[in-house]
Design a protein around this ligand. Structure first.
Ligand code: BGC
Length: 404
């Protein structure tokens, strides 16, 4: 039984620059698209020019907060050179949010890298933490008067595993398979495997250092800023078998805790991204989202409880599903929000819920086919159409939660 309502709660939705803005050509992803390795992003939702219209929709849906990201490649198109015009653009974006009483949550880096940085080694570079922190500090100095909540990076583990272990995202390094000059791949020699693992660990630990360095620089520039990291939590648990329990523990440690322990003392809040739960030894079949993921919205309860050990405020920075027909989304959202409220009732300090996503968008290596938005995009006409689930969410927001 849930019989309370959260106080001063942030309700809204999230987006990320590369996935919605359109017209970004100087990143590692845009280069990969030109080479035919990932789908092109093109003008996406043209959110770069239509942000006001999109924020009007968010406001009309009752939102009081909004998360978006700043495109590093737009701000620093050449190493060490910051683009004032683009900075001014993001000032206008922040003002547009403030004018509509939407509290901004800014992510400083969401997966895409400026081409110059990627081509000179990206997060394999020894000086990557300093370079990243310089960019973060610049943004906070320029825009910190309009925004309190800054997240340094989105899902560092997902970035490192997809780019350096599975090889499905730039820079396409894969443990076990080696790219050849002619674009094909061959099985790696043992020494190459070791090198690839080493590269992955180097990147993973540089991301920890990059966050920590950025945190110090941001706090020095603006001590009153709330600095967080956006952490994906894939919930792992197990049936009664010892081996499954052990697997779940190890997976949870590697995917969630290794990073958060590395940045201990250098974050003021955690942004939780929740999409998936895996139970080792599970034999039941679950309903699937359009991503082929089990639709388990109540798993967010375990994700929140897991993060409680870090004793910092938590906001849900992303939680949603790909559901083109919008037939699962209303129930999914409702169950998820009830699970979140149960976690709050059980003592977890949750400050907000930002649905992923406000708009349909570019789902990375899967292109535009997957539809996560509560607002549908017609990619031919760029028309925005509000999905029925957006009104379910609106009602929940109007009631400031669900009372059973
Ligand atoms: C990412 C988003 C992505 C979403 C759905 C999150 O991991 O931050 O960029 O679109 O998951 O896959």
């Amino acid at each position: 039984m849930i019989n309370f309502k959260p106080k001063n709660f942030y309700w809204g939705a999230a987006t990320a620059s590369y996935q919605v803005e359109g017209g970004i050509e100087n990143t590692d992803w845009a280069k990969a698209a030109r080479e035919g390795r990932v789908p092109p992003c093109g003008r996406a939702c043209d959110h770069y020019h239509r942000y006001e219209e999109d924020f009007d929709i968010a406001q009309s849906l009752g939102h009081n907060a909004h998360r978006f990201s700043i495109e590093w490649a737009r701000i620093e198109p050449e190493e060490g050179k910051f683009d004032e015009e683009t900075t001014e653009h993001y000032r206008r974006v922040l003002r547009a949010l403030r004018d509509r009483n939407l509290e901004p949550f800014v992510t400083l880096w969401h997966f895409t890298l400026p081409l110059w940085f990627a081509q000179s080694g990206g997060f394999e570079r020894k000086d990557a933490p300093k370079i990243f922190a310089r960019y973060c500090q610049y943004i906070v100095e320029q825009l910190g008067d309009l925004c309190l909540h800054f997240s340094t990076m989105n899902e560092p583990n997902v970035y490192a595993t997809h780019g350096y272990l599975y090889g499905v995202w730039p820079p396409f390094q894969r443990v076990g398979l080696m790219a050849k000059g002619d674009g094909t791949e061959e099985r790696a020699q043992p020494q190459t495997k070791i090198r690839n693992y080493w590269q992955y660990w180097k990147v993973a630990s540089n991301l920890v250092k990059a966050h920590n360095t950025a945190y110090a620089c941001i706090k020095a520039a603006r001590p009153d800023t709330q600095v967080s990291v956006i952490k994906h939590v894939h919930v792992f648990d197990a049936n009664e078998r010892f081996i499954n329990k052990l697997l779940a523990r190890v997976a949870q440690y590697l995917q969630t805790d290794a990073f958060l322990l590395g940045i201990k003392g250098s974050f003021d809040a955690i942004g939780l991204n929740y999409y998936r739960s895996t139970r080792f030894g599970e034999t039941r079949n679950f309903l699937q989202t359009d991503m082929g993921w089990n639709a388990l919205p109540s798993g967010i309860y375990n994700a929140l409880l897991h993060l409680q050990r870090y004793q910092k405020p938590i906001f849900i920075a992303e939680a949603g599903l790909a559901d083109e027909d919008d037939d699962l989304r209303p129930q999914y959202l409702t169950v998820q929000i009830m699970a979140m409220q149960r976690a709050i009732q059980d003592g977890v300090d949750v400050r907000g819920h930002l649905y992923w996503s406000l708009l349909d968008n570019y789902e990375w290596a899967l292109g535009f086919e997957k539809r996560f938005g509560i607002v549908e995009i017609d990619y031919d006409t760029l028309e925005r159409k509000i999905r029925p689930s957006a009104y379910v969410y609106k009602r929940i927001i109007e009631n400031n939660g669900i009372v059973e």
